[in-house]
Design a protein around this ligand. Structure first.
Ligand code: AMP
Ligand code: ZN
Length: 123
């Protein structure tokens, strides 16, 4: 599709996924890279990104359903590994900021996973 490119040379998250900018890795496979947020809101705060450059949820359509499903299906295991408590007492928040009014600052699709004991810095 015209709005998605394998790699955007100016994109910070493309560079993180390619290992060109250091990050604290949580998970990596052929499609997905996950790493700790540099400015965490809570005791657990990591991001999952597709390795391919998709700017935001606004560019997602049915053809991305397997990729999005893959990303979401990784979260339960990774969240527990990173220190989120088990459901229902524990849990976490999953956030995908989209566009300026959605609070999106980095324009490479990313899923926030935020959790751990409260209070949190935000939210
Ligand atoms: P958003 O507002 O949804 O676009 O969130 C972007 C997130 O990326 C913020 O929570 C930032 O703290 C985080 N972030 C920005 N640069 C880096 C980086 N180099 N490593 C890890 N997280 C980052
Ligand atoms: Zn990118």
């Amino acid at each position: 599709m015209s709005t998605a490119h394998a790699h955007d040379p100016n994109c910070i998250f493309c560079k993180i996924a390619a290992g060109q900018i250091p990050s604290k890795k949580v998970h990596e496979d052929d499609q997905v890279f996950a790493f700790h947020d540099i400015n965490p809101w809570a005791p657990v705060h990591f991001l999952l990104i597709p390795k391919t450059h998709i700017p935001s949820m606004a560019q997602v359509g049915p053809e991305q359903a397997p990729l999005l499903g893959h990303i979401l299906s990784l979260i339960p295991k990774l969240a527990l590994e990173q220190g989120c408590g088990p459901y229902p007492e524990g849990g976490y928040r999953i956030v995908i900021n989209t566009g300026a009014q959605g609070g999106q600052e980095v324009h490479h699709l990313h899923v926030h996973v935020i959790g751990g004991p409260r209070p949190w810095k935000h939210g």
